[in-house]
Design a protein around this ligand. Structure first.
Ligand code: GAR
Length: 208
């Protein structure tokens, strides 16, 4: 049984997609043991509680330094016997100490086709604003392993989504979520639960 800890900061629609996929049997042999948020009022916490999942609020702001925050996070995550950490709209940049500690055990969902529209400053709605500004016709979402860089880890799965002429950032964000994020995140988790993701030095593969 793959035991997940999901890290969130906001609305939690990706968390909800994972909760629903476990409930429907699209993801098997998997449970969510813990949801951690750095925002006290994140709606994602309500979604977790409604699904009977244990929650924790831990913000770097409440710690004197990064080392102490990392220690608290690692303590909570390890206490639950976590096999995989899922960043589902988690907007805190993790320290290299944290990512090195969990090498190959953290995945992230990003709302663009990496290596486009990613890295520092590209998160949430901002990604879609930049996509519209640049005028690209295809965008999408990426699930990747997390390394010490921002959005630089091995790519596991991507899905493309069309950009339409009259899109606003909000409309495009919703389409990328519906057509890509909520589909590929559960697929990757299920593949990992069944040992079907191979991680090499810089690349990852889903074994079909
Ligand atoms: C999602 O679009 C996710 O891909 C993005 O934040 C949103 C969170 O929504 N993550 C990033 O931009 C990470 N760089 P949610 O809370 O409803 O899942």
């Amino acid at each position: 049984m793959l035991n997940l800890t999901v890290l969130v900061s906001g609305g939690g629609t990706n968390l909800q997609a994972v909760i629903d996929a476990i409930a429907s049997g699209e993801i098997t042999d998997t449970r969510i043991g813990l949801v951690i948020s750095n925002k006290k009022d994140a709606y994602a916490l309500t979604r977790a509680k409604d699904a009977g999942i244990e929650t924790l609020y831990l913000s770097p702001k409440d710690f004197e330094n990064r080392e102490d925050y990392d220690k608290a996070m690692i303590g909570a995550i390890d206490e639950k016997g976590t096999d995989l950490i899922v960043l589902a709209g988690f907007l805190v940049v993790l320290s290299p100490e944290f990512t090195d500690h969990y090498r190959g055990k953290i995945i992230n969902i990003h709302p663009s086709l990496i290596p486009s529209f990613c890295g520092n400053g590209y998160y949430g709605l901002k990604v879609h604003e930049k996509v519209l500004e640049r005028g690209v016709k295809v965008t999408g979402a990426t699930v990747h392993f997390v390394d010490s860089g921002t959005d630089t880890g091995p790519i596991i799965m991507q899905k493309a989504v069309s950009v339409k002429n009259n899109d606003t950032a909000q409309i495009l964000q919703r389409r990328v979520m519906e057509e890509a994020e909520w589909i590929i995140l559960p697929k990757v988790i299920n593949a990992i639960a069944h040992g079907n993701v191979r991680l090499e030095e810089k690349k990852a593969y889903v074994i079909e």
